[in-house]
Each structure stands twice: as structure tokens, then as C-alpha cells.
Design a protein around this ligand. Structure first.
Ligand SMILES: NC(=O)C1=CN([C@@H]2O[C@H](COP(=O)(O)OP(=O)(O)OC[C@H]3O[C@@H](n4cnc5c(N)ncnc54)[C@H](OP(=O)(O)O)[C@@H]3O)[C@@H](O)[C@H]2O)C=CC1
Ligand SMILES: O=C(O)CCC(=O)C(=O)O
Length: 429
């Protein structure tokens, strides 16, 4: 269980498979001596505030009954309501949702949003069910977690396997229970239901902004730079488009079925169109298909992991041929691999900073819903740019001053904000 204190590791998790929660704990543990007097509060971050496990039964299209396990974890609510996405994926576990909720706490504080951290998930492979069945799962899951969520309590949003439509169904289900339209209960909604312009693109846009800022400080040009992207969903495809629009060449992409390579640069619009109609890049003709192992050896200036956790292992970290790892996914680099990348002088722009664009525009959506006054896409993108550049700059300066990695500095800055709020609030009543 790496360096984790067994007394701190929750009794309800399997100690034999402690990751990714143990990865989050290691990240907090590694910086706690930088927290000054606030270190006495650090255990607040090592125990989620609230965990709800729900049974989600549905009647299937053929009349049979199916049950799914669902979760909502509020990791910390010292700075405001819980905030974080909902994942529908066959491998979702409580351990994973806990880690994702912890990273939300750090992320929201790192970019200065008035939110705590939360995350949810349902252990289901959405590809195996009809859209009507998925809607039933969404409705039942929402009604089961409705005791925890609400515009001032905890605000879900999309993540892997969920989208604007999922959010519309969640909003409708919660509103039925509340007896009034409650648009602020979720973000990432369709525009016609109070969604925000720019939310769909926001995470990929934030990833690109962070990559650009990191490159600027290292004297590396985006124009002509080679980019490799793992994951071609919302985050991977939009960040790929933004890199390509800025003159970079996306030379490699991996989704869960295939890996593709083109040294001249993959046509992102064509790849997106192909993926929309075939649900995968398998069979795409605008590139050579390579093995999964070879994807991790592709030479690039930027590697953007934008799929799932724990993809950059020690072995992959030892062999990567890139200058910057810009984490679009949550938790893609395991802590030991992080140390290898540090020693190899590969700059890692951490998830809790790099992918914060999505939740930042979710915050804008929440604010717009409260005031029923909607901003233009230009206003949203300009505000997003300001927040992302400001947060990156603060982290970068801190890391230079204290000789820390960007991940360590992001955690220090964020943990101080969270624990200061905890300290100011006191523990009683
Ligand atoms: N959406 C958002 O706003 C935010 C998302 N994130 C994080 O970004 C990551 C991606 O999320 P998002 O883009 O929304 O999810 P999507 O569901 O839209 O896309 C996920 C992508 O990852 C691919 N993938 C899944 N498993 C693997 C694998 N083992 N190897 C290679 N590729 C794989 C999928 O391929 P296939 O389609 O073939 O299954 C798909 O292309 C997650 O870690 C998420 O938590 C972080 C912040 C905000
Ligand atoms: O938009 C949001 O509220 C949360 C997005 C999310 O789940 C994430 O940043 O990982």
C-alpha cells in the first residue's frame, strides 16, 4: 500500500487494491509538510466527508430487472457545495469515486472556485444498454442521490460515459421531486435548459491553455509541435482540435479499441466525424494503426492523457519520449511514475490544474442559472482564459520559488485554501 498509514486507510476499502484512492492520499501526504500550521487539519482531506452507496434497479426493455451499484461521494465541502461529475462505466468502484472526489476538492480550490469536491458514478457499461434503459438508470440514480444533491449542496456534471442528455434527465428528475424547475442542480446541461455556451469545449480548451502556458515558459513553440493524445472523447478530441488550430500536429491518438499514427498530423475533423459515426477510431483510414505499446513510444512535444486513471505507469514513464505531459484525464499518472517523469525532466501539468476548465465553466453555468442572465460565448471563453492563465501562473511561480513540481505546488496552494477554510470555520458545533 505504498507509504500510506494503514490507520488512515478506510476500513471499507479493499487494502489489497488501494489505488486510485491511495494515489490521491500519497499526493496529499507528499506535500503536507508545506502546509505550516494547517498541517494539523490535513486528515480532513484523507477522509471523505460523506459517502452514499445506492442500489439502482431498473426494468429492462425485455421486462427483466437489472440492478446497478451507484455512488455519490462528497469529499470536502469546507469551501462551498460539493461539485464534480458523474461517471457511467463498467469499472467504476467506490475507491475510484473517492479518489475522483478528492481531486475535485483540490481542483476547485486550485482555480479558486467557491466549491468543495464531489463525484458520482454508476457501475454500468452504457454500450450494453438501450438509451431508454440508460435514461431509467439515470432517473433512478438521481432520485436515490437526491438526498445529497441540490444547487446549494452538491452539483453533478458530466464525466466519462455521461453527457448533456444525462444532465437533462438528472435535472428533470430532481425538479419533479422538488416541485419546481431546478436548473442549478446540475451543470453541463443542454443550452435550452440553462446550460452554458462553451461548457462542452471547456475542458479541452483549458488543457490547451495550460499546455500553451507551460510551453511559453519553456521557450517551446506550439506551432509545428507534435502531440499524442490518449482518449478521443470530449476532452481528447477538443484539446486535439485546439492544438491543431494553433498549428500543432496531432501525430497519434489512442481510444479503447485502437491507436493511430500519422507523422504529418491527423486530420482531427475527419477523425471526429469518423468516430461519431463508428463509435471508435478502429478502421479510420487517415493514419497508420499501431499497437498500444507503440503509442506510448511515439515521439512528441506534448502527451495528453485524456482517458482513465493510472495509464502512465513506471514502465511507460521510463520510456516516454515527450517534453510535456498535460493531464486531461483525472489521475492518469501513478505517483511512482510521477517521480520518474520529474527525474527525467518531463514537465507534468497536473490534472487538478490542466483539466479544470470544465468545472470552471460549470461554475459559470451555475452562476448564470441563479441570475437567469446568460453570457455570450466570447465572454465565457475570456473569463475561462483569465482564470486558467491566472491559476497556471500562480502555480508556476510557486513551483519555481519552492523548487516543487507543478503538481506539488498545485496541491500546496489548493490544500492551504481548503484547510484555511476548515480552520476558519472551526470544528464545532
Ligand atoms: N468531460 C469533462 O468535462 C471532464 C473530463 N475529465 C476527465 O477526462 C477524462 C476523459 O473524459 P471525457 O473525455 O469526458 O470522457 P469520454 O467518455 O467523452 O471519452 C473517454 C475517451 O477515453 C477513451 N478510453 C477509455 N478507456 C480507454 C483505454 N483504456 N485506453 C484508451 N482510451 C480509452 C474512450 O474510448 P472509447 O470511446 O473507444 O471507449 C474515449 O475516447 C476522464 O478522466 C475524465 O474524468 C476531467 C475534467 C472534466
Ligand atoms: O463540471 C464539473 O462540475 C465537474 C467536471 C469533472 O467531473 C471534473 O473536472 O473531473
Amino acid at each position: 500500500m505504498s507509504n500510506i498509514d494503514p490507520l488512515v486507510f478506510p476500513s471499507y476499502l479493499d487494502a489489497e487494491s488501494p489505488a486510485p484512492w491511495s494515489n490521491f492520499v500519497s499526493q496529499v501526504e507528499s506535500i503536507k509538510h508545506h502546509l505550516g500550521d494547517l498541517e494539523r487539519w490535513v486528515e480532513s482531506l484523507l477522509h471523505p466527508k460523506r459517502i452514499l452507496i445506492v442500489d439502482v434497479p431498473i426494468i429492462r426493455d425485455d421486462g427483466s430487472v437489472a440492478h446497478f451499484e451507484g455512488y455519490r461521494v462528497q469529499h470536502n465541502i469546507s469551501r462551498g457545495p460539493g461539485k464534480g461529475g458523474v461517471r457511467f462505466h463498467q469499472d467504476v468502484t467506490l475507491n475510484e469515486v473517492m479518489a475522483l472526489s478528492g481531486w475535485m476538492t483540490i481542483k476547485n480550490a486550485a482555480v479558486g472556485l467557491p466549491f468543495g469536491g464531489a463525484k458520482g458514478g454508476v457501475r454500468i457499461d452504457p454500450r450494453q444498454y438501450s438509451s431508454a434503459e440508460i435514461d431509467r438508470v439515470t432517473r433512478r440514480y438521481t432520485s436515490e442521490i437526491s438526498i445529497l444533491i441540490g444547487p446549494q449542496k452538491d452539483i453533478p456534471a458530466p464525466d466519462v460515459g455521461t453527457n448533456e442528455h444525462t444532465m437533462a434527465i438528472m435535472m428533470d428528475t430532481f425538479s419533479q421531486g422538488a416541485g419546481q424547475t431546478t436548473s442549478g442542480v446540475v451543470t453541463g446541461k443542454p443550452i435550452s435548459l440553462g446550460g452554458s455556451l462553451g461548457r462542452r469545449e471547456a475542458t479541452g480548451r483549458g488543457v490547451f491553455i495550460c499546455a500553451r502556458e507551460a510551453a511559453k515558459r519553456a521557450g517551446v513553440s506550439i506551432k509545428g509541435a507534435r502531440v499524442a493524445i490518449q482518449g478521443f472523447g470530449n476532452v481528447g478530441s477538443i484539446s486535439g482540435k485546439m492544438f491543431a488550430d494553433a498549428g500543432a500536429k496531432v501525430v497519434a491518438i489512442q481510444d479503447h479499441e485502437t491507436s493511430i499514427f500519422n507523422s504529418e498530423g491527423i486530420n482531427i475533423a475527419a477523425a471526429q466525424a469518423y468516430c461519431n459515426s463508428h463509435k471508435s477510431l478502429a478502421g479510420f483510414e487517415g493514419a497508420t494503426h499501431i499497437s498500444t505499446a507503440d503509442f506510448w513510444l511515439v515521439e512528441s512535444e506534448f502527451l495528453v492523457p485524456a482517458a482513465l486513471e493510472s495509464q502512465i505507469t513506471d514502465e511507460r514513464a521510463r520510456n516516454l519520449s515527450t517534453k510535456f505531459v498535460v493531464e486531461g484525464a483525472n489521475g492518469p499518472t501513478i505517483p511512482t511514475a510521477d517521480l520518474i517523469l520529474r527525474d527525467r525532466k518531463i514537465t507534468v501539468v497536473p490534472d487538478v490544474l490542466a483539466n479544470a476548465g470544465g468545472v470552471t465553466v460549470s461554475y459559470f453555468e451555475w452562476v448564470q442559472d441563479f441570475s437567469s442572465f446568460f453570457w455570450t460565448e466570447e465572454e465565457i471563453n475570456a473569463r475561462l482564459e483569465k482564470i486558467m492563465v491566472g491559476a497556471f501562473d500562480a502555480v508556476y511561480k510557486h513551483s519555481q520559488e519552492k523548487q516543487l513540481t507543478l503538481r506539488e505546488s498545485t496541491f500546496v496552494i489548493a490544500c492551504i485554501r481548503v484547510l484555511d477554510a476548515r480552520n476558519q470555520r472551526g470544528i464545532y458545533p
